[in-house]
Design a protein around this ligand. Structure first.
Ligand SMILES: NC(=O)c1ccc[n+]([C@@H]2O[C@H](COP(=O)([O-])OP(=O)(O)OC[C@H]3O[C@@H](n4cnc5c(N)ncnc54)[C@H](O)[C@@H]3O)[C@@H](O)[C@H]2O)c1
Length: 504
């Protein structure tokens, strides 16, 4: 099955933000494109707006004037759905309401030919439910573009329960021919990206709710230690708290209120108070004129310890030993079967976040998982009230000697990055086991759809599935709600001998 022929007309119904973007993509790829919107005049306005965007591409030398003129000539606003009769593909980007979409496709089915591919750009409704309104749901597929569609490469190609393989393949190949990076996925709540990304927000909010750290510190740790492009608080302020919460809510409801997808009370209060993020002037942060951005917590300078004793295999944090030596901190390595840690001169211990808390091991200071300990500019440490000040000072001094800013957070099991990554990895393993998508497509989707520095499976291999599983088990002991219960898929993976594990 191949992509649609470029001579085949493509229709876009609903010419708002997404419709315009998708139309531009199909147009620039070379198709004749028809635009239709329920509000009279909107399709014409959309055609003008797309034309203006093509002009800017010409100014930036990304499109020739001749190609722009040819594209404009292929773009036509339609006055009625009947004018879409000869289209080979209709992409719908109307209001996010099941009844509205079903009604539209029912009407369209009476107009277009039987081999016309029908696609929805829904981000949260069930593709199966929309297609349920059709007489021939086999030709119905989800084509989930990301905003802004002309710039973002990812397209989730969603197969509903009744979607024919040939339709899904044709949609997939067409998206690829349009220069996009399609990933194939089954019709599940949130598809790939919005399903697997939920813990990125939820865990940050949970750390905040438990008074573990403030938003500025959590964001800084996610960015500077976890390697994420933005922290969860600043990102949701950009997306809009109402929009982000409604996606969470919809995924949670669609999973029959599965606790792993539960919304956050703190975010609920923010939305209720009208602090929707940048667009309303205030969200987690204040964007009004003159408002100052709060600084992350950063510990004051402490002396470096003269030496550390490394016991056991530090796994993904192993690079710290070489870095310590380079920084002039002596490192003695001792084989130890009984745990892995860096022992400080005071007798205190530095342990990679493993889901336990300092209250259980008073002089253990946990440090967070980093994407890359060399490149990280900040490390979070957690200790409890009873941890001796000397131990904490040595722990801070150790990471400062390695050139890191240090943020001391509360005694939060699994800290910030480690628990977030662990839950994302777990949901990804669970999704593969449930037939949602392949490992490769999930990694691609998370890197392109939400800019993660690594796909969940790349992360799983780097950290080691066993370590991820064990961390979640520890969290699950301390919060037995089920939120952290490792999936059977991760359990299987952790217990299978995997020679790739623990290697970068
Ligand atoms: N905005 C995003 O970031 C984003 C990303 C991915 C997917 N989506 C999905 O894309 C769809 C459109 O979102 P949007 O942000 O472009 O919305 P939008 O409000 O910008 O545009 C929707 C357009 O659809 C028109 N419309 C409404 N009902 C119609 C009907 N029955 N027939 C024809 N036109 C109709 C409206 O007049 C409007 O012009 C939604 O399903 C949304 O969930 C949005």
């Amino acid at each position: 099955m191949t992509a649609l022929d470029l001579s085949s007309p493509v229709a876009v119904v609903g010419t708002g933000t997404m419709g315009q973007g998708i139309a531009q993509v199909a147009l620039v790829a070379g198709h004749p494109v028809r635009l239709y919107d329920a509000v009279p005049g909107r399709a014409r306005d959309a055609a003008d707006a797309i034309g203006a965007r093509l002009d800017r591409l010409v100014e930036k030398d990304r499109l020739t004037a001749a190609d722009r003129d040819a594209a404009r000539a292929r773009l036509t606003p339609a006055g009625s759905l009947a004018e879409l009769a000869d289209c080979a593909l209709v992409v719908e980007a109307v209001l996010e309401r099941l009844d509205v979409k079903q009604e539209l496709f029912r009407e369209l089915e009476d107009i277009v030919s039987e081999d016309c591919l029908l696609a929805t750009n829904t981000s949260s409704l069930s593709v199966t439910a929309i297609g349920g309104a059709l007489r021939h749901p086999g030709r119905f597929v989800g084509l989930h573009f990301f905003n802004p569609a002309p710039l973002l490469p990812l397209v989730e190609v969603v197969s509903g329960f009744a979607t024919d393989v040939t339709s899904a393949t044709r949609a997939y190949e067409t998206a690829r021919a349009w220069g996009k990076t399609p990933v194939a996925c089954a019709d599940t709540p949130g598809f790939i990206v919005n399903r697997i990304a939920r813990p990125f927000y939820a865990e940050a909010f949970a750390v905040y709710e438990s008074q573990g750290a403030d938003p500025a510190t959590i964001d800084a740790v996610l960015r500077e230690c976890g390697g994420f492009r933005m922290g969860a608080f600043e990102l949701t302020d950009l997306i809009g708290q109402d929009v982000n919460e409604s996606v969470t809510h919809s995924v949670w409801q669609s999973f029959f209120q599965d606790v792993r997808f539960a919304p956050s009370l703190a975010q609920r209060r923010l939305v209720e108070s009208g602090r929707l993020g940048r667009k309303s002037g205030q969200g987690w942060y204040d964007y009004r004129d003159g408002a100052e951005r709060p600084e992350p917590h950063t510990a004051e300078k402490r002396p470096a310890p003269a030496y550390v004793v490394a016991e056991g295999d530090l796994g993904p944090a192993g690079e710290l030993l070489a870095m310590a030596r380079e920084a002039g901190v002596q490192v003695r390595e001792e084989d130890e079967d009984n745990g892995t840690r860096l022992v400080l001169p005071s007798g205190g211990e530095l342990v990679l976040a493993d889901g336990q808390t300092s209250v259980e091991f008073r002089d253990v200071v946990y440090f967070d998982l980093a994407l890359d300990y060399r490149r990280a500019t900040r490390i979070a440490l957690s200790a409890c009230q009873d941890t001796s000040p000397q131990v904490l000072a040595e722990a801070i001094g150790f990471f400062q000697a390695l050139g890191k800013d240090v943020s001391v957070i509360g005694d939060v099991p699994g800290m910030i990055v480690a628990r977030t990554v662990a839950r994302i990895v777990d949901l990804a393993h669970d999704a593969v086991a449930k037939g949602v998508a392949t490992e490769e497509d999930i990694d691609t989707a998370m890197r392109l759809g939400v800019n993660y520095p690594l796909g969940p499976f790349e992360w799983s291999r780097r950290v080691g599935a066993t370590r991820v599983h064990d961390l979640l088990e520890e969290l699950n002991l301390r919060d037995p709600s089920g939120r952290y219960a490792p999936s059977l898929a991760l359990y299987r993976h952790a217990h299978a001998a995997d020679p790739r594990e623990g290697t970068p």
